[in-house]
Structures are given as structure tokens and as C-alpha cells.
Write a protein that binds this ligand. Sequence first.
Ligand SMILES: NC(=O)c1ccc[n+]([C@@H]2O[C@H](COP(=O)([O-])OP(=O)(O)OC[C@H]3O[C@@H](n4cnc5c(N)ncnc54)[C@H](OP(=O)(O)O)[C@@H]3O)[C@@H](O)[C@H]2O)c1
Length: 220
Amino acid sequence: MENFSVAIVGGTGNLGSALALRLGAPGVKIIIGSRDAEKAKKAVEALKPKLRAGEMIGTTNQEAVRDADFVVIAVPYEGHAQMVQDLKGQVAAKIIIDTVVPLNKGKPFVPPAGSALQEAQQILSNEAPVVGALHNISAVDLGDVNSSLGDVLTCGDSNEAKEKVMEIIKRIGARAFDGGPATNAYVIEGLTGVIISLNRKYKSKHGSIKIVGIGEEPGH
Ligand SMILES: NC(=O)c1ccc[n+]([C@@H]2O[C@H](COP(=O)([O-])OP(=O)(O)OC[C@H]3O[C@@H](n4cnc5c(N)ncnc54)[C@H](OP(=O)(O)O)[C@@H]3O)[C@@H](O)[C@H]2O)c1
């Protein structure tokens, strides 16, 4: 992948802003989306001094997705279904990266569709492939480009889309794995609930996951 553009829906938030900084690279255009264009522009002003390379602009979520190759959904679960519904009809030929974890006061739950990812899939029908990713990453580490990152499990029903998303994940400095089909999403999403408990118990902001025994040199 040479030049590409990524819209981050909810890009003014913790995860979206941190991801934007990691994505900064020559040839990458980052579009920070918000429900409020002014808020998006302010977020970009604050982020730009820390951006290593690439282009960054801020606008409404609806505008943001228009010219994007990838659309990251980074809003709280409460706004997820409505947001995907609002984007429907505008995301054909794009790849959706869904980071959303169904949480209620920090506790994970399985939504009626089976997972946030499947909820997005149902709403979009076949308009665009949805790939789950980044659920188990710490936004704090993501926003510090010098921090090492945990591993990223992707999931979804389009192998081609997963490959492209894994390529992006590797570019931001994390190992990426194909964690299987969309039916695995509730496990990956729910794991974040465990990480939140770990962070609370051990007073950390950096909890993440590491896969062992796969993709390693023999003898390690
Ligand atoms: N934080 C993490 O470490 C982390 C890690 C992995 C996954 N995630 C997932 O990433 C998603 C975003 O997390 P976050 O911590 O970045 O959340 P956040 O900062 O609370 O919210 C992100 C942005 O979403 C928009 N938003 C808030 N409520 C909304 C609603 N009801 N409808 C539409 N948009 C709304 C807001 O942007 P505007 O006001 O500008 O529209 C906000 O800045 C969550 O689903 C979370 O589970 C987070």
C-alpha cells in the first residue's frame, strides 16, 4: 500500500486521536471525524505538532468518510449502531475497521447481534467489509509513538480486508494476527473487559495482550 487515507469516526477521542498519531507517515492522509466539525478542527490543531509525517484534517464524521479508503469506528458502544446507520450508503468500496467494545460502566457484554462487529455487519449488509481490530490496545501506549504496543487480533469475514488492515497495524508498530471470522469478535471485544479489570487491579494504563507460539523463530 502506497498512499492511502484513513477516516477516524470519533477521532477526537482517546483511541482515535492516539491512532491518528501512530498513522502519521509519508503518503498517509488522516481525517479526524467528529459530530462537530469545529471540535474536529481543534483536535487536529492539538495533534498536528506531534504528527511525524503525513497529512491531517478535521471535519464532520459524514464528510470524513467521503474520500477515505479506510473508515475506523472509534466511538463508545452507546453511539455505535446509530453511527454505522448514519454512515450507511457512503462507505461502499471502503474497509471498515471497528474498534468498538460493548461496555456498560466498564463491564463487557454481548450485544443482541453477537458483537459490535456483527452489529455493524448487519447494518451495512454487504456495502463494505467490517474488520474488528485494536480492541486490546492501550490508547495511552498508542498515543506515545515511542511506546511498544501489545499484539492486535483482527477478525472478520473478508480475508482480503483483514490482510489490508493487518498491513496497517504492522505499519503503526504492532504485531497483527488473523483472529478468525466475525463470530470470534465477541471474544476479542470481551477480552478488553478483562484488560480493564487487570488495569484496575494492578494500577496500570498499559494492559494489552501478547500471542506466543505463533510467528516466532524456532527455539523461541
Ligand atoms: N480507550 C482505549 O484504550 C480503547 C482501546 C481499545 C478500544 N477502544 C474502543 O474505542 C472506542 C472509543 O474509545 P475512546 O476511549 O476513544 O472513547 P471516547 O474518547 O469516550 O469517545 C470517542 C469519541 O466518540 C464520540 N462520541 C461520544 N459519544 C458518542 C455517541 N453517543 N455517538 C457518536 N459519537 C460519540 C466523541 O467525539 P465527538 O464528540 O467529537 O463526536 C468522542 O470524542 C470505544 O468503543 C472503545 O471501546 C478504546
